[in-house]
Design a protein around this ligand. Sequence first.
Ligand SMILES: [Zn+2]
Length: 262
Amino acid sequence: MKSVGLIVAVTLMSPLLMAEDRPVVHHYFSKTPHEHVAEWSYSGSKGPAFWGQLDPSYRLASNGKHQSPIDINSKTAPAAELPELKFDYRRERIAALNNGHTIQHNEAPGSFLFVGAEKFSLEQFHVHTPSEHTLDGKRFDLEIHFVHKSKTGDVVVVGVLVQGDEKSDLDLPLYRDLPGTPGENVAFEGTRNPSDFLPRSREYFRYIGSFTTPPCTEQVRWLVMQQPIGAQPKIIERFATILKANNRPVQKLHDRVVEKSK
Ligand SMILES: [Zn+2]
């Protein structure tokens, strides 16, 4: 059932805060669609190859050396003693906002991720079709990004790779009634725990990267779950029909090392 007009906080961002030496401020933390400094897209003259030229504040999209997404090589990634992940998400009513670039759920306060002793609040999660990260060169059908922030402004994004699987019984939220139009917001009956959309294994890859949309701000800690999850192909098709291809191409690794938990 649809209910339009979920109450959300409006946060207007100043372009001045986009400078790279300031805390990460990004539309990932915005609750409303369409407030970019310059409009961008996933194809044509405003596509990913041109993002860095669309506005000075987007320059990292061209010049950044720690950009995301990347191809993750599971064979060469060194195994490391990485902090344990604990997802302390709460059950909630899921709402889906089509912001013109993705479909996302804005989180109410109260869901947390613990990375060892560090605490991050879940701010929102959203999807890309197909996946943005590739694993050993393989692209997955869909990727979910869980975006978290610490009290001091550190950003952790958890990436979950999703593969089409006829046998999957995972009911990705709302797929039958996803918001097809930018600006549309759909809230669904009943409650779900967002941790239902995580793989059983808590093993992950870790590297330092960026947001995958302009201004492509860096110093984002990426935790990409090693184990993909499955979802019915019809669910993935529904997302893909609305979002088309909203995946940024993979970026060069440069001097970075991707580690894997063991
Ligand atoms: Zn994303």
